[in-house]
Design a protein around this ligand. Structure first.
Ligand SMILES: O=C(O)CCC(=O)C(=O)O
Length: 217
């Protein structure tokens, strides 16, 4: 698979790094009321921030170059008590520190207190998402479904998103999925109740027009 042609490819982290990331994420999960989508998780632990900086950021920089920065982090799970299908979509928002009206940016929204906005497609096209799988993941616990090559169709209205050849991305813990945010993707409900923790990290280049600033994680 090729990131630029298919919209995704695979990398991995070593078992020691995986174990340390799992420990860090699990202790945050244990102390959080929310168990399915913890936004800004990397901001909650300096140990996790160091692991990301030393082991995951370099993977992003191989593709985006040395100026790539982490701009969003989320820990996703699909526990049986908070578990739903995610419909086909593209990732079209970014998180910023403050709202400022700038041409090409909008609409604006706020999720868990964080300000998000849809930037121009050119910014989304240069971004890269890394998803580190903390657990073995398959169709029974909500593996990501993707439509290879769909990122090349550009930013679409949600009503125009019709996958042509969906693929289920099954993998083992330690696998790192690299994906273009504009590739169509979705996921089903977990039916097995097996954990499906994924550390989701968005990387970008320093391209935001003043006075907008990335919400660094
Ligand atoms: O983790 C999932 O199941 C879906 C996440 C997703 O679609 C997203 O981050 O946009």
């Amino acid at each position: 698979m090729n990131l630029n042609i298919d919209g995704f490819e695979w990398d991995s982290v070593d078992p020691t790094t995986l174990e340390l990331v799992c420990k860090s994420c699990q202790s945050i999960l244990n102390s959080n009321v929310k168990s399915f989508g913890i936004r800004g998780i990397v901001r909650q632990s300096s140990e996790l921030a160091n692991l990301v900086s030393n082991h995951l950021k370099p993977i992003a920089q191989k593709h985006l170059g040395p100026n790539a920065i982490l701009v969003r982090s989320i820990l996703f799970d699909k526990p049986l008590d908070a578990n739903w299908a995610v419909p086909w979509h593209q990732d079209v928002t970014i998180e910023v520190q403050e709202k400022h009206e700038v041409d090409g940016f909008g609409p604006w929204s706020t999720k868990d207190g964080v300000i998000s906005v849809q930037p121009p497609a050119a910014i989304l096209e240069q971004m890269l998402t890394l998803r580190l799988h903390l657990d073995d993941t398959d169709g029974s616990n909500g593996a990501l479904l993707v439509d290879p090559g769909s990122h090349l169709l550009g930013k679409k209205h949600i009503s125009e998103i019709n996958p042509i050849a969906p693929v289920t991305l099954e993998c083992q813990s330690g696998a790192v999925l690299l994906m273009r945010p504009l590739m169509y993707h979705a996921s089903n409900r977990s039916t097995s109740g097996k954990p499906r923790r994924i550390l989701h990290l968005d990387f970008a280049l320093k391209l935001l027009p003043e006075p907008l600033k990335w919400m660094h994680t």
